[in-house]
Design a protein around this ligand. Sequence first.
Ligand SMILES: [Zn+2]
Length: 73
Amino acid sequence: MKLPIGRRDALLLELREKLFGAELVGVVNCPECGERLQVSQNAVDLQSASDDATDVETVRIDDYTVHFSCARQ
Ligand SMILES: [Zn+2]
């Protein structure tokens, strides 16, 4: 079966959500000081973004800039 990458990722996300729930929790360590940072994201929000990505949004927090696409509601 051949699928576009975005569709494949959406199906993987959907599977993950059914198995483990909608909350996605990630943990990273700061490369400078080693402090642990926990981030969480709702899988449903990512799902809608991957289905119909149109605009690129930018969020800037301290020295970090994050670009992401989201679907207009
Ligand atoms: Zn740090």
